[in-house]
Ligand binder design. Structure first.
Ligand SMILES: *Cc1c(COP(=O)(O)O)cnc(C)c1O
Length: 453
């Protein structure tokens, strides 16, 4: 941990929160006005400030405000948004060549990224990896691979799932607004089963895993077990609200997948790559997927995704069946190798666990001191606060929105999530300094206390 803190302290972007203007300031406001004249309205915005530079736990905007980063660009820049080693490796690669297309001529960094993922993902079996560009592309390719291997069509997904915005992954995602609204018709052969949400179990279920697993098995049998190529689950659901499934649920899915010959796909795109204090979130569950998906933090912000899994599955597609122009681009592969180097000594995982300790220390008193916090949950540097009325548990999206807005005004970038939009989620870079982390958490805790009064 000390080493990481030193790295953050030695940074060129001062690692303290600082308000030079209101947020957003005048320059951001002017740039945002121009943006609305040029950019499609289809993109939303969490905080309309324009970034000048960013490093460690700080985003510095064009008005000179220094904002604490509790977003990491949605769990991407885990090593800070201008990580030195990533920049060095990518710069050296830029000098050599930017692109060849791995389907045209080869480069060894692609192989080395695959080798690291084969060796470090859970599962003591022979593996192969394919590299792609976005998370949604990794999900789509996992389905192609599972279909090719099993000869079956259907995909089992779960309540509150998020798997992306492409046509197939949009169908696999649970939440309609904003992800699916007006964008149908959607691909068929996607079947949704109950998840095991301890705070908000599906209708007729309790908070435990056993009833949820019975319900999942009933869904499988209702549609015909031998129609399912794959079941896809996030070990901690991200956009759905940082839902840690009831203990034993993922293990139970493993057993159902084995029983019915269904490929278990673990979508670790948000929770993987050290975010939860282990390299992969499924390690907390003691489960290995047949296929595991990584993206987001994999290359610290250079677009890269991967499907890793059992050799017999990964080699099922015909040669030429997988690929993509930019799939495993050399700049992205170098960035990933720089990320892997920095996971080597284990200190990043220690720091992710420390972030959880500090977050719980500052936030958990709010469970009893206010009557609006329904739950504080998550693992490592993936922590969420769910807002609801005491007793009825009626979701309070208004509170999540107002509290997030208060944090933004005070220079702390938080994001909301959840099926009901009533969750504030924290995804700080794993390299954030502890003082900065405590400052941001205190701003958040004060905003929650104020909202409760
Ligand atoms: C972000 C995310 C995706 C989609 O990744 P993109 O790179 O945005 O396509 C898929 N699954 C999970 C769990 C995610 O968090």
């Amino acid at each position: 941990m000390t080493e990481i803190l030193l790295a953050a302290e030695a940074s060129t972007v001062t690692q303290t929160r600082h308000l030079a203007t209101a947020i957003p300031g005048p320059r951001s406001t002017a740039l945002h006005a121009e943006r609305t004249q040029e950019v499609t309205n289809g993109f939303g915005i969490a905080l309309p400030v324009f970034v000048a530079r960013a490093e460690g736990g700080i985003i510095e905007d064009v008005d000179g405000n220094r904002i604490i980063d509790f977003a990491s660009g949605i769990a991407v820049t885990s090593l800070g948004a201008s990580n030195k080693r990533v920049a060095e490796r990518v710069a050296a690669q830029l000098e050599a060549f930017t692109h060849t297309c791995f389907m045209v001529t080869e480069y060894d960094s692609f192989t080395q990224v695959c080798k690291w993922l084969n060796a470090n993902t859970p599962g003591d079996f022979e593996k192969r990896t394919g590299l792609f560009t976005t998370g949604a592309e990794a999900v789509e390719n996992a389905i192609k691979i599972a279909r090719a291997a099993t000869g079956r069509p259907s995909v089992l997904v779960f309540d509150e799932a998020y798997h992306g915005r492409s046509l197939l992954t949009m169908a696999m995602t649970a939440k309609v607004n904003p992800y699916k609204l007006n964008f149908g018709p959607l691909p068929t052969d996607v079947v949704r089963a109950a998840s095991a949400n301890p705070l908000r179990p599906a209708e007729g279920l309790d908070a435990g895993a056993a009833a949820a697993l019975e319900s999942v098995e009933a869904t499988i049998l209702e549609h015909g077990a031998d129609t399912f190529a794959a079941m896809v689950i996030e070990p901690i659901q991200g956009e759905g609200g940082f839902i840690v499934p009831a203990p034993g649920f993922i293990l139970g899915l493993r057993a159902l997948a084995d029983k019915y010959g269904i490929v278990l796909v673990l979508d670790e795109i948000q929770a993987g790559m050290g975010r939860t204090g282990t390299l992969f979130a499924s390690e907390h569950e003691g489960v290995a997927g047949d296929l595991i998906l990584t993206a987001k933090a994999l290359a610290n912000g250079v677009p890269l995704s991967a499907v890793t899994g059992r050799v017999e599955l990964m080699n099922a597609p015909h040669t030429g069946g997988l690929g993509g122009t930019y799939a495993g681009n050399p700049l992205a592969c170098e960035a990933a190798l720089a990320v892997f180097e920095q996971f080597e000594d284990g200190s990043l995982l220690v720091h992710a666990r420390r972030i959880e300790e500090v977050a719980r220390e500052v936030l958990e008193p709010l469970l009893s001191s206010t009557n609006i916090v329904a739950e504080i949950r998550g693992r490592g540097a993936m922590i969420a606060i769910e807002f609801a009325d005491a007793g009825s548990l009626a979701p309070r999206a208004d509170l999540a929105r107002d509290i997030s807005a208060a944090c933004h005004a005070a220079g702390v970038l938080t994001l909301t999530c959840g099926t009901h939009g009533n969750v504030v989620r924290l995804l700080p870079p794993l390299v954030i300094g502890e003082e900065l982390l405590r400052d941001g958490l205190t701003v958040l805790a004060d905003a929650i206390t104020n909202a409760a009064n």
